[in-house]
Design a protein around this ligand. Structure first.
Ligand code: LAC
Ligand code: ZN
Length: 473
């Protein structure tokens, strides 16, 4: 009854159309990419910054937790409600109506974008100016989600992550005034002390709800050229990156490595014979992209000859960029269709990738001998998705799940100086690793800041780790 009255109040604040309660199908707001949907009493869809503020004020009055959500394409689990019973069900705040034509400034090479606007819409608006936000991934996320997760993607080697591109955001915090922090700027030189914008990047909405973002755009290259190649072994794959950086650095745009298991799943998903045609799937393959002037392909072919003559690769095939990337971007969906997948997003210093890969395979085999490690990822920057695939329909019991997390994330962090989250951000999926790998002093300062931005604890997924819980140490 109480809840019904509260939802009515939301409706009167925002209008009927802004509040969905389940007479409609809410699954697109509650279903994570992997796992089961969690319950929500309502999905609220504010249409501007004042409405976001009104929602935050409402949540404070009623002590209701808000779960900000962009395009719901994240993989750390922070944008969908937790399973029933784990926590009180949060209200989903979908930012999808904060969507308008991006304001592209071709002279400043920037764009101001609403949080709910998709990356594809931004890039369509930037295209006529020869500009692009060069963060490339299989999904089509919203800009607010990209800020909240600090998206990395497959071109990070060259262009950096979202943090590198954000010039400033506007965000609503949950302090007593529901402050609108407005740091939108197109300035690149803006060295004026503390930047609150940084508190909203990669923090999954726990410190505020991002409503707008100004990004630095990159210039679209005149041409791109891609090749799939077969490195002699994992060490040769690493040496290939070094040679390409040393001798072809200004051309190198991306370098991705796939295990046979990952490539096979991608090829099945695309539905053709794959980049290497009828030849058997190599146990390790790499996708390289060069970009720059019209001569990109010629330079790439020269680089492939160079790599072949040094015996770093045993085969290479130049593939048109759209087709070349289609395989790479199909890996996650392809694996998802091939069994029960536990996804991982870890990184290690790239120098450690070859032994790390071997160690993970050993460690996973000792926990679940029937599991396949289908690793793939961004070797140029040390990011690797060591996804574990079990037969379809298998239920992974909690202790096995913990042991597999230990086998992949624990190995990355404890043995190889790596990270529990490379580019997908922090969510309930990996929050415990934040706590166990972050020093108590830092955690205490973060908890203090959480108290400043959100003293009542109404913002963000309840599984996020930033609040100081009684008894934590
Ligand atoms: C990728 C996503 C899973 O690299 O980050 O395909
Ligand atoms: Zn990735």
């Amino acid at each position: 009854m109480e809840l019904e009255r509260q939802v009515e109040e939301l409706r009167s604040l925002l209008g009927e159309a802004a509040v969905l309660t389940g007479a409609e199908d809410l699954s697109r707001y509650t279903r994570p990419y992997r796992g089961v949907p969690g319950p929500t009493p309502a999905v609220v869809r504010p249409a501007d910054v004042d409405q976001v503020r009104a929602v935050v004020g409402w949540a404070r009055r009623h002590r209701v937790r808000l779960l900000p959500q962009g395009a719901n394409s994240g993989l750390a689990g922070a944008s969908t409600p937790p399973p029933a019973g784990a926590h009180p069900a949060p209200v989903v705040v979908s930012l999808e109506r904060l969507d308008r034509e991006p304001m592209v400034d071709p002279v400043d090479r920037t764009a101001e974008v609403a949080a709910g606007t998709r990356l594809s819409r931004l890039n369509t608006a930037a295209l006529p100016h020869g500009l692009v936000l060069p963060i490339d991934l299989g999904a089509d996320p919203s800009l607010g989600g990209m800020v909240a997760t600090n998206t990395g993607g497959a071109r990070m080697l060259r262009h950096g992550d979202m943090r590198r591109h954000v010039l400033g955001v506007r965000a609503v915090t949950a302090d007593a005034d529901c402050t609108v922090v407005d740091e939108r700027t197109t300035l690149r030189k803006h060295n004026v002390g503390p930047s609150l914008t940084q508190w909203f990047i990669g923090t999954s909405g726990a410190f505020g709800i991002v409503t707008d973002v100004v990004v630095d755009l990159g210039r679209l290259p005149a041409a791109r050229a891609c090749a799939w190649m077969i490195p002699r072994d994992a060490v040769a794959a690493l040496e290939t990156i070094l040679l390409l950086e040393r001798s072809y650095g200004r051309w190198l745009e991306a370098f991705e490595v796939l295990s046979a298991e990952a490539l096979e799943a991608a090829v099945r998903e695309v539905g053709d014979r794959g980049p290497f045609g009828s030849r058997p799937s190599p146990w390790l393959s790499a996708l390289v992209e060069f970009s720059g002037g019209e001569e990109s392909e010629e330079v790439l072919v020269g680089a492939l000859d160079d790599l072949t003559s040094r015996s770093l690769i045993s085969d290479a095939v130049v593939v048109p960029p759209v087709r070349a990337w289609a395989y790479r971007h199909a890996v996650t969906d392809g694996l998802q269709r091939s069994g029960t997948v536990l996804g991982f997003d870890v990184s290690v210093p790239r120098s450690h990738l070859p032994p790390f890969r071997d160690r993970v395979r050993e460690a996973v085999a000792s926990v679940a001998p029937q599991a396949i490690v289908a690793d793939f990822g961004h070797w140029g920057d040390g990011g690797i998705h060591c996804n574990v695939v079990l037969p379809a329909g298998v239920t992974v019991e909690a202790p096995i799940r913990v042991a597999l997390d230990e086998a992949v994330i624990g190995t990355a962090c404890a043995e190889f100086g790596g990270s529990f989250s490379a580019e997908h951000g922090v969510g309930p999926r990996n929050a415990g690793w934040w706590t166990s790998t972050t020093g108590i002093g830092t955690r205490s300062l973060v908890a203090g800041l959480k108290q400043v931005f959100d003293p009542l604890g109404v913002l963000g997924h309840p599984g996020l780790p930033y609040r100081w819980e009684p008894g934590s140490s």
